[in-house]
Design a protein around this ligand. Structure first.
Ligand code: SF4
Length: 92
């Protein structure tokens, strides 16, 4: 219910999250980025994005049909509105 005020599109701007992740890793903290579609994260950080959305509540977008990384990607929550979500999704 707080999507409008709390969602930050990391597919368009990963800088703030990148800084936080780098600081955590530098200090020996194990980092995982939950519920991030694989292509919404820059390549060096994709190893931190486990597929965490259960299959019964996961969906993929039409653009995902040709993606070679779909098996490794957690996709999107079923109720996610693409128009309000990650804006720069593209097949890997
Ligand atoms: S195109 Fe779709 S399946 Fe491929 S990484 Fe992006 S969100 Fe995941």
């Amino acid at each position: 219910m707080n999507w409008d005020t709390s969602f930050i599109d990391t597919s368009k701007d990963f800088d703030a999250l990148k800084s936080a992740v780098n600081i955590a890793i530098t200090h020996g903290i194990e980092v995982s980025l939950y519920n991030f579609p694989l292509c919404s994260v820059p390549e060096p950080y994709r190893r931190l994005t486990p597929s965490t959305i259960s299959d019964w509540k996961r969906k993929y977008l039409d653009v995902c049909e040709t993606c070679n990384s779909r098996d490794a990607c957690g996709g999107f929550f079923e109720w996610c509105k693409h128009s309000e979500g990650f804006g720069e999704i593209s097949p890997l």
